[in-house]
Design a protein around this ligand. Structure first.
Ligand code: URA
Length: 222
C-alpha cells in the first residue's frame, strides 16, 4: 500500500518533476492522480460509471498504449482492456512478442465509460468536451511515465496525441513524433478488428504490432 501522506502535503505546490526530485516513485504519483480522478467532477461521466478505469501495467517500461474509453467490462472491473477487445489485444500482443503487463502501461483517453444515457449498456463515442476535461489525467500519466513510444489504438487516441483531428485509416504504418521526442505508432482500435471478424485482418493486426515491437527494441538499444 502506498503511503500517500507526504504527497498530499505537497498537494498545493505539486509538480511532477519536483516530486521525482524528492524521490516519489511512479506508482505513488499515479496513485495520487488516480485518487484525484476518483473525485473528479470535470465532466458528467462520473455520474454514470461504476468503476474508474485509470490505467494498468508497467510505468517503468517507457512505453504506453492508449485506447478510447472503458467499455462495459472495464467499467465493471476497473481495469483497461479486460473485455472482448482486451482479450483479442492481449492475444495479438502475445503473438507479436509483447507482454501487456510487463512491456507497457495501458490507459484510455477517457477514464469513465461514455454511456449513451445513465443506466444504458450502449456506449457512445467520447465528446470533445469530455476528452478536454479528462486530458488533465492523461497528461499527468504521460508526464509521470515519460514514455519514449506510444501505441495509439484508434482515431481518438491518435487525434488526441497529434492534437488535430485525424482518421486512423489514413495514418496506419506511419510513425509520428510529438512533444519531448515521443514516438507515436497508430494501429486500429482492437474493437474494430473484432467487428470485422476476418482472419486476414486479425493477422495484419499482429503484423502491425510486430512493427511496434521492433520500435520498442530499437528504442531500448538507443
Ligand atoms: N475499449 C477501449 O478503448 N478501452 C478499453 O479499456 C476497453 C475497450
Amino acid at each position: 500500500m502506498v503511503n500517500k501522506n507526504p504527497i498530499y502535503i505537497l498537494k498545493e505546490v505539486f509538480d511532477v518533476e519536483k516530486a521525482f526530485v524528492l524521490g516519489y516513485n511512479k506508482e505513488a504519483l499515479l496513485e495520487y492522480y488516480k485518487e484525484k480522478a476518483l473525485k473528479c467532477r470535470r465532466c458528467p461521466l462520473y455520474k454514470t460509471r461504476n468503476r474508474l478505469v485509470f490505467g494498468w501495467g508497467n510505468p517503468y517500461s517507457g512505453v504506453m498504449a492508449i485506447g478510447e474509453a472503458p467499455g462495459v467490462d472495464e467499467n465493471r472491473i476497473g481495469k483497461p482492456f479486460v473485455g472482448k477487445a482486451g482479450t483479442f489485444l492481449a492475444e495479438a500482443m502475445e503473438k507479436a512478442g509483447i507482454d501487456r503487463e510487463r512491456d507497457l502501461y495501458i490507459t484510455n483517453v477517457l477514464k469513465c465509460i461514455p454511456l449513451a444515457f445513465p443506466g444504458s449498456r450502449k456506449i457512445r463515442p467520447p465528446k470533445k468536451e469530455e476528452i478536454r476535461a479528462c486530458s488533465y489525467f492523461l497528461e499527468k500519466q504521460i508526464q509521470i511515465i515519460k514514455p519514449r513510444l506510444i501505441l495509439a489504438m484508434g482515431g481518438f487516441a491518435l487525434s488526441y496525441l497529434l492534437q488535430r483531428e485525424v482518421k486512423i485509416t489514413a495514418n496506419i504504418g506511419q510513425i509520428f513524433e510529438i512533444k519531448d521526442g515521443i514516438k507515436v505508432f497508430p494501429v486500429f482500435h482492437p474493437s474494430k478488428i473484432i467487428r470485422e471478424d476476418k482472419e486476414e485482418v486479425r493477422k495484419h493486426y499482429v503484423e502491425d504490432l510486430k512493427k511496434f515491437k521492433s520500435l520498442m527494441e530499437e528504442l531500448k538499444e538507443s
